[in-house]
Design a binder for this molecule. Structure first.
Ligand code: ZN
Length: 258
């Protein structure tokens, strides 16, 4: 049986609030598991707009702790409680972020004991692949997006963990850049082939993304995390692009079936 993978781009905007795009998030459906990737501000509304039932989400993975990637999580958990969720929810995050998330939830009165469902935290390490479900695996790669806060670590105990992800889905590989520091982060990949290359476009040029995707023999490139300032440039780039790989400019609600 051929396993179908569906990706729904629930939010395709950048860290800047916009009326036409929610902050960046997407949902992967594979092997009977529904995974939400990132949960920034307004993610509950983004899911509603894409008609994704809160309680149908089996797990959430967090790339890093900027507000446009995690600040919708406390509210989303409350929506699940109000929707009478009973089934456990898995939350995948880098091990250095667990304590910060636990505190954030408690301090916004999202007390795990008072939810009607269990939260199961899965703390990953960089570079070690972890299994979501049969034929659904993830490997996180550290990127330099948060290195700019290094000076701040001395006075505040903060984690600089920022992940890019490789999703392995029944032999298909999807790469998601997360938010990058710069183009050098793309050289960290040791994969030979990436089928679908999903890239943010706020901290890296479209041409550089496509050049890297070509190196990994990608068939499809998806541009997301699109800021209002960069949007015209991204659209123009895609219009002028011919040949392979196919490039899609993501929009909220866009679905990709593999
Ligand atoms: Zn971002």
């Amino acid at each position: 049986m051929i396993e179908i993978t569906r990706i729904t781009f629930t939010g395709t905007g950048s860290g800047k609030a916009a009326l036409n795009r929610f902050h960046s998030s997407f949902v992967i459906d594979h092997s009977g598991f529904r995974l939400l990737v990132d949960a920034g501000d307004s993610v509950s509304r983004a899911l509603l707009k894409s008609e994704i039932d809160f309680n149908s989400i089996d797990g959430i993975i967090l790339s890093h702790f900027h507000p446009d990637h995690i600040c919708g999580l406390p509210s989303l958990l409350i929506q699940m409680k109000m929707s009478k969720r009973k089934t456990p929810l898995k939350i995948f995050l880098h091990n250095t972020l667990f304590e910060d998330l636990r505190r954030l939830l408690v301090k916004t009165y999202v007390i795990p004991d008072r939810l009607n469902f269990d939260l199961e935290f899965i703390k990953y390490e960089f570079e070690s692949e972890f299994i979501i479900q049969d034929d659904f695996m993830i490997r996180a790669i550290q990127n330099s997006h948060l290195d700019k806060y290094e000076y701040f670590v001395k006075s505040e105990k903060i984690s600089l963990a920022s992940s890019s992800f490789i999703f392995s889905l029944s032999g298909k590989k999807i790469f998601y850049t997360g938010d990058l520091g710069d183009e050098n982060d793309l050289n960290l990949l040791d994969e030979v082939k990436i089928d679908v290359f999903i890239s943010e476009t706020t901290h890296i040029e479209p041409g550089q993304i496509v050049k890297t995707a070509e190196d990994y023999k990608s068939k499809t490139v998806v541009f997301t995390h699109i800021s209002p300032e960069i949007e015209p440039q991204v659209i123009e780039f895609v219009q002028n692009h011919t040949g392979k790989p196919a490039i899609l400019t993501a929009f909220d609600g866009m679905e990709l079936v593999l």
